[in-house]
Design a protein around this ligand. Structure first.
Ligand code: GLN
Length: 234
């Protein structure tokens, strides 16, 4: 399992989202507070963010622990964005540990992080997947079906693999989409934007937990969540 985070709002530094909060992704990489599966997230990390000069997201991913990356810690305060997806990874047993297996994945327009596990046997082979881990294959399936079908795709995969955990955070620069399916997700509405995170990065009482099996859409300051039900025959 991993921990992930999405941001949509005013430009803020990547460091202010990932590294500075008292229980942000940096701390979650070695001491997550609410993680049910796995003790730490030391098998890599990644961040993708949109800048105003292009619709193509920029990414920085690694197969090493976030806490050891002094270069990223130095540069992250200077990276500013209105829309960010970031993750720290705890690889499922048997999955490759390589930077291309770390979220966020991309199809060139969207960024997508998967927090969870899914049996690769229920996923179609995808030649365009970035890696061979379950999360990369799931990302390729979701991108192939289209982001407007995210809820249906997750509900279908959830029906095919009842043990799957399928929490997603995705963004295209103007929208954040997320699902809860077997793991936690919280939302924080700030004056300058909206944060979605596997677990709160601080003790602000304004964090609200999203119920399990929901689809979340953030557009501007609007946060909408709708229930998902397992579909047969994905
Ligand atoms: N199943 C994932 C992997 O190994 C585990 C990490 C995560 O929660 N995305 O890639």
């Amino acid at each position: 399992m991993c921990r992930h985070l999405g941001w949509l709002g005013e430009p803020v530094s990547v460091a202010s989202l990932m590294l500075d909060p008292p229980s942000g992704l940096l701390v979650q990489s070695y001491a997550p507070r609410r993680q049910k599966h796995g003790l730490m997230n030391a098998d890599g990390w990644g961040v993708g963010f949109f800048t105003d000069d292009t619709t193509v997201p920029r990414r920085w991913r690694s197969a090493a622990p976030l806490w050891g990356d002094a270069s990223f810690a130095s540069v992250a305060p200077a990276l500013s964005s209105r829309c960010v997806v970031a993750a720290v990874r705890s690889a499922t047993v048997g999955m490759p540990i390589e930077s291309s297996a770390s979220a966020p994945f991309t199809d060139g327009t969207w960024l997508l992080s998967h927090n969870g596990v899914v049996d690769r046997a229920v996923l179609p082979a995808a030649r365009d997947a970035e890696s061979t881990n379950d999360s990369a294959l799931l990302a390729a399936l979701i991108f192939g079906r289209g982001m407007d079908a995210l809820g249906d795709t997750i509900a279908g995969v959830g029906a095919d693999d009842p043990g799957a955990r399928l929490n997603i955070v995705a963004a295209d620069g103007s929208r954040l989409l997320a699902t809860t399916w077997g793991d936690t997700l919280s939302v924080l509405r700030r004056d300058d934007g909206v944060v979605l995170a596997s677990e709160p990065y601080d003790d602000d009482p304004a964090w609200q937990e999203i119920p399990d099996r929901h689809l979340v859409e953030v557009t501007g300051a609007r946060v909408e969540s709708t229930p998902l039900t397992a579909l047969k025959g994905s």
